[in-house]
Write a protein that binds this ligand. Structure first.
Ligand SMILES: *[C@@H]1O[C@H](CO)[C@@H](O)[C@H](O)[C@H]1NC(C)=O
Ligand SMILES: *[C@@H]1O[C@H](CO)[C@@H](O)[C@H](O)[C@H]1NC(C)=O
Ligand SMILES: *[C@@H]1O[C@H](CO)[C@@H](O)[C@H](O)[C@H]1NC(C)=O
Length: 430
């Protein structure tokens, strides 16, 4: 409603002014138009309105050409926009002419000849590094067109929790520094969806980031006086290309964990298995040191991927500890006292059945003289090697515990990996 009212007023004013303020060309060519416009150039210091109470409307949009990358510092996460074409236009009440009389509908003039709005982007952290464009267009109806390429660094709060599957939402807020909303209004010149489409079309740098979408939002401030800067905000959502991180960070970790898992097939009674696991841990530590540069510098949130790495390391260390424990039982079994009764019942019977390693039963007694002879020999052997039996029981206990912990290890790995994957998918889809 307010918009309609305002445009009605400005149309009225345009009409009034156009009667008195149309430059007259002596001939229908460019030089005479320029000569006719030269009094207007003397007015470049002031906003091009006859009456101070008329507001100037800046219509603007931009096309995003590429995103170079992200640089982090301790407090800010900096965010690079690369080649960013910014277009804006407004109406000057001073420079109007009759296209028939002057022979042209538009003319390009140097930028310093005419008033320019002081639109800034709040998030910009550095000067524009793109080449400057010296000209702009004037149209016969008073429209002024300005286009400028921007290549700048702007700040953006990165949320790296889901790294490397993160989507960042970075804002660009356009506003004037000295003009209030009653004097200067900023409106969107092109549908934000169209801006997204055009930006996606021209994005040339195939860097780490891909554009998801651009949305625009007019920031409304409930202040009737209008003594605040008018603001137009854009939200640019970009997604990190995660494939590189998956290949260089996640897959090797998964392979090492798998290797660690399969090392349970090595015989625990020799020291092979523990030294093998030790080598894996050593290799993984070196891998993490080398890949440290790829990880983002963390602020107050810990990225999920760091948790994932610690989890992998913890699993490897835990499996090494387990192997040390089992190897100790198996190698020193002959020095141990006989297996206590509760361990025999709990481990050999209950857990043994649980992990499908049932206790070996005594062979059933035979019949006849051969059986009697066999029995005699057997008793002899049993008495001679009383200790050996307890050692074998200890070995059996060790093997059962080994297999049980192996099962728990698999369950723990599966549960924690599935949890992390679910967390990643959740934060991705947000
Ligand atoms: C242009 O010419 C018209 C009449 O032809 C005149 O009324 C008007 O004031 C002139 N404009 C300027 C800026 O001299
Ligand atoms: C400027 O515009 C305001 C409101 O439209 C009006 O009250 C005022 O008289 C105008 N001033 C001049 C000098 O025309
Ligand atoms: C981006 O963040 C702004 C607030 O900072 C929010 O208003 C906007 O909805 C967000 N955009 C998306 C697509 O989440």
């Amino acid at each position: 409603k307010l918009n309609i009212l305002l445009s009605g007023i400005s149309n009225l004013l345009c009409y009034k002014i156009s009667l008195s303020f149309k430059v007259n060309c002596s001939k229908p060519d460019q030089p005479s138009l320029l000569a006719a416009l030269s009094p207007v150039f003397d007015l470049m210091a002031i906003r091009p309105v006859m009456n101070q109470t008329t507001h100037t409307t800046i219509t603007m949009y931009f096309t995003l050409y590429g995103i170079l990358g992200v640089v982090c510092s301790v407090h800010f996460a900096y965010y690079y926009h690369h080649s960013f074409l910014f277009l804006q236009w407004w109406t000057s009440e001073f420079s109007r002419w009759d296209p028939v009389q002057c022979g042209t509908n538009n003319i390009s003039i140097p930028k310093e000849k005419i008033w320019l709005p002081d639109i800034v982007i709040n998030e910009f952290m550095e000067e524009n590094k793109a080449p400057s464009i010296p000209y702009m267009y004037l149209f016969s109806d008073g429209r002024v067109h300005e286009a400028l390429p921007l290549r700048v660094v702007s700040s953006c709060n990165l949320d790296i929790y889901a790294f490397p599957f993160d989507i960042q939402n970075c804002s660009l807020t356009f506003n004037s520094y000295i003009y209030y909303a009653i004097e200067l209004k900023i409106i969107l010149g092109r549908d934000a969806e169209l801006m997204t489409v055009f930006s996606k079309d021209v994005m040339t740098t195939m860097g780490e980031w891909t554009l998801v979408d651009i949305t625009a939002q007019k920031i409304e401030i409930n202040d009737k006086s209008g003594l605040y800067p008018d603001m137009l905000a854009f939200y640019i959502r970009v997604q990190r290309r995660s494939i590189m991180y998956v290949v260089t960070l996640l897959l090797p970790s998964c392979f090492l964990i798998t290797l660690d898992l399969f090392s349970f097939l090595l015989p625990p009674e020799s020291t092979d298995r523990s030294s093998f696991k030790m080598t894996i841990i050593f290799g993984y530590t070196v891998f993490l040191l080398m890949m440290n540069d790829l990880l983002p510098i963390t602020g107050n949130t810990i990225p999920l991927i760091n948790v994932f790495f610690s989890l992998c390391l913890v699993l490897m260390v835990a499996s090494l500890l387990e192997t040390i424990f089992i190897t100790n039982i198996l190698i020193n079994s002959s020095d141990f006292s006989p297996v206590p009764r509760w361990i025999r019942i709990l481990v050999l019977n209950v857990l043994g059945c649980l992990v499908c390693m049932p206790r070996r039963r005594e062979k059933p007694e035979g019949s006849g003289t051969e059986a009697a002879v066999a029995k005699a020999i057997r008793r002899e052997v049993e008495q001679q090697h009383k200790g050996k039996q307890s050692s074998e029981e200890w070995i059996q206990v060790g093997l059962i515990i080994d297999r049980l912990l192996f099962g728990l290890y698999i369950v723990f790995i599966s549960v924690s990996f599935i949890t992390i994957i679910i967390l990643w998918i959740n934060s991705c889809s947000q």
